[in-house]
Design a binder for this molecule. Structure first.
Ligand code: HBI
Ligand code: FE
Length: 325
């Protein structure tokens, strides 16, 4: 590799899984999608709709060709796609004041003012990425579909979030078996504009660089119970900050009832919690704050065995590898 190790951080390169050292290394993920990249699973509502499949392919082709530094693809959405967005947007937007965390509610109007968030148009990730960069340094990249947990988490170390641009099938506006632009733009994007959440997300990413497969599984589980399904305390109240909740009106309402179990966020326990992926969660984890969650996560990460440490250098957008002491 052309990036020298710093100090005496010498480790057997073959024992450590490859990881990106500079932001342009993320280009190597472009064609590596798990499933549904160009194909659709049989339970996808659009699986038997040739028009939908062709349209989705057209959009993911732009993601496949994208490279670091280029302007992000601008998609001209069809009226049918915009109608789907309007239904999802309108229903969720009305719920946020009651269920979403304070940080989300602070950012949302800024997205409406700066990035054309609203019921009528589907916002463009180029505009959103510029806005996020101003707020926290986070940027977006287009992606064809699900990445491996390792690749997906690794990109967070660079404050890069992979975002799909296609939208769910119009036959079922309130359901999608895979991430789509409603999930990314309504669920994830607002929190990446918050400095404390951005730090939490990057911390998960940094811990994932060169991590063992077992540790990747733990970090993916932590991501699941924070960025996807996290709840947080606000005084006597509990609110949602996870994107899986903030992009699903059914689960958003359910999560904040007495039905599911709620435990305090504790990385060593959260990391090994089992979870279903196709039903509402039986257990949620509640964070005291993003800062508290980040400091607990740092402590947990220091117990993971890795023969080196990493530090992100924002000036060069690269990862420095350091001796583990
Ligand atoms: N890939 N594009 C994309 N989006 C995700 O949200 C995502 C992923 N790959 C893996 C993954 N999420 C989960 O395993 C996380 O828990 C890491
Ligand atoms: Fe997600």
């Amino acid at each position: 590799d052309d990036v020298p190790l710093v100090g005496s951080a010498v480790f057997n390169e073959h024992a450590v899984p490859w990881f990106p050292r500079k932001v342009t290394d993320l280009d190597t993920f472009a064609e590596k999608v798990l499933e549904m990249g160009e194909e659709l699973s049989s339970d996808h509502p659009g699986a038997n709709d040739p028009v939908y499949r062709r349209r989705r392919l057209e959009i993911v082709q732009r993601a496949k060709e994208y490279r670091t530094g280029q302007p992000l693809p601008r998609i001209e959405y069809t009226q049918e796609e915009k109608d789907t967005w309007r239904q999802v947007y309108t229903r969720l937007r009305a719920m946020y004041p009651k269920y979403a965390c304070r940080e989300f509610l602070h950012v949302f109007p800024l997205l409406e003012q700066n990035c054309a968030y609203g019921p009528d148009v589907i916002p463009q990730i180029e505009d959103i990425s510029r806005f996020l960069k101003d707020c926290t340094g986070f940027t977006l990249r287009p992606v064809m579909g699900l990445l491996t947990p390792r690749d997906f988490l690794n990109s967070l170390a660079f404050r890069v979030f992979h975002s799909t641009q296609y939208i769910r099938h119009h036959s079922d506006p309130y359901y999608t078996p895979e991430p789509d632009c409603c999930h990314e733009l309504l669920g994830h994007v607002p929190l990446f504009a918050d400095p404390n959440f951005a730090e939490l997300a990057q911390e998960i990413g940094l811990a994932s660089l060169g991590a063992s497969d077992e540790d990747i599984e733990k970090l993916a589980t932590i991501f699941w119970f924070t960025a996807e399904f996290g709840l947080c305390r606000e005084g006597q109240d509990v609110r949602a900050y996870g994107a899986g909740l903030l992009s699903s009106f059914g689960e958003l309402e359910y999560a904040l009832t007495e039905k599911p179990e709620k435990r305090s966020f504790d990385p060593s326990l959260t990391a090994v919690q089992k979870y279903p992926i196709t039903q509402f969660q039986p257990v949620y984890f509640v964070a005291d704050s993003f800062r508290d969650a980040t400091s607990k996560l740092r402590e947990f990460n220091s117990t993971m065995r890795r023969p080196f440490q990493v530090r992100y250098n924002p000036y060069t957008q690269s990862v420095e590898v350091l001796d583990s002491k």
